[in-house]
Design a protein around this ligand. Structure first.
Ligand SMILES: [Ca+2]
Ligand SMILES: [Ca+2]
Ligand SMILES: [Ca+2]
Ligand SMILES: [Ca+2]
Length: 384
């Protein structure tokens, strides 16, 4: 029976795949229109000086388009699932000279900033990104341009940490290893816009989008590491394999990560290898119970209770930081099934580290990293 349950749990776990999203970036998706809901693009037949246009009609008569965004959380890791594909022709005529997502050459583009969005220095016409918060980037000064030429950062980095408003090179999203490059969202970021840096000769004022045809396409995964504490304010995390009830796990919120945004139907407690998992939590409750560094604490705050002649009473919080945390309650019998051999081992046995998986409502994958620590992510067997 137990093995049948574990088989069912394996099947349940196979269904936790990271939500992948394919994004199409048109040649007209101007990175300098990222978040610019205040800007209306005029008809292609009219001149425009916000983003420079050709003096006369182009064969394409393409109108500049506002780029799409990917929802992100400050501190989240964005990476391509596979190398970006497609091609964009930046010149008069359709499909005559497609550049790949990596753009053209190792340098040759140096664009000026526009309002709150930075300049760009690097290969010509690559797939590019810019992180923004929820505000319109309509005021400067913009942050400094990042330099993706060989004399600067180049394009072969492993990890990139742009600031809000800084245009950055994505290219095909892979370095020469080849490994998926990690783009880390800065604090405060809520959106990653994907677009194209263009200009006449790829220099100076942004523009010249009105002859761009073609598109790039990329699958992106966005993931955020979260801090957890099984049985907040308990160390060790005693667990009785014979008891019904629930096992509470606290997930800490931060200035960037709002625990109310979690899709609780997607949350599971799993073995470190993600092979065995519980189902979704039975229930959850929000409270500012502490701060991430409180994970592993043995007890909560002790407060004198005057009505009880100054006796110290343990509270249900430790160091509140104004950011809501959430306690998710997993069914104890599902935890027992997940743990397998642990529940037939001796009292005092320590389990392997357990991890949380899940997603937010807008598709950011959440994960915790094994510590391991019997006050944080391991269980201590309390029964014989
Ligand atoms: Ca062009
Ligand atoms: Ca063209
Ligand atoms: Ca604990
Ligand atoms: Ca908190």
């Amino acid at each position: 029976m137990k093995s049948a349950i574990r088989l069912l749990l394996i099947i349940a776990c196979i269904t936790i795949v990271n939500p992948l999203s394919a994004y199409v970036v048109e040649g007209t998706d101007a990175i300098y229109l990222a978040g610019r809901t205040d800007i209306t693009v005029p008809p292609a037949s009219e001149p425009w000086f916000f983003l420079l246009r050709h003096a006369g009609p182009t064969p394409e008569e393409a109108m500049e388009t506002h780029p799409d965004f990917v929802p992100v959380i400050g501190g989240s890791i964005i990476q391509a699932v596979a190398p970006a594909t497609g091609g964009v022709d930046f010149y008069n005529g359709f499909g005559l000279n497609y550049f790949p997502p990596g753009g053209n050459g190792v340098d040759g583009s140096n664009l000026w900033p526009l309002d709150g969005i930075s300049g760009y220095i690097g290969p010509q016409g690559p797939l590019a990104g810019v992180f923004l918060d929820d505000t319109i980037p309509d005021t400067g000064p913009a942050p400094a341009a990042m330099d993706f030429t060989p004399g600067g950062l180049g394009t072969n980095f492993s990890v990139l940490t742009p600031a809000l408003g800084q245009v950055f090179y994505i290219g095909d999203g892979f370095n020469s290893v080849p490994e998926a490059q990690h783009f880390i969202a800065p604090a405060g970021a809520t959106r990653l816009f994907l677009g194209i840096p263009d200009g006449f000769g790829f220099y100076n004022e942004p523009g010249a989008y009105d002859d761009n045809d073609g598109f790039y396409e990329v699958d992106l995964d966005v993931s955020l590491e979260v801090t957890i504490d099984i049985k907040f304010c308990s160390d060790p995390n005693a667990f009785n394999c014979n008891k019904k009830g629930v096992l509470p796990v606290t997930i800490f919120g931060t200035a960037d990560f709002f625990v109310e945004d979690i899709d609780f139907s997607s949350v599971q407690l799993c073995t470190e290898d993600l092979v065995f998992c519980t189902g979704a939590p039975r229930d959850w409750s929000f409270a500012d119970r502490g701060t991430p560094s409180d994970a592993g604490a043995a007890q909560c705050a002790l407060v004198e209770e005057p009505a009880m002649s100054g006796i110290l009473v343990e509270m249900d919080y430790l160091n509140p930081d104004t950011y809501l945390d959430v306690d998710v309650a997993f069914e104890a019998d599902e935890v027992q099934d997940m743990l397998g051999a642990f529940c037939s081992a001796d009292k005092g046995t320590i389990s392997e580290p357990l991890v949380i998986t899940g997603t937010t409502m807008n598709g950011v994958t959440l994960f915790s990293v094994p510590v391991p620590n019997v006050g944080i992510d391991q269980l201590w067997k309390a029964n014989k």
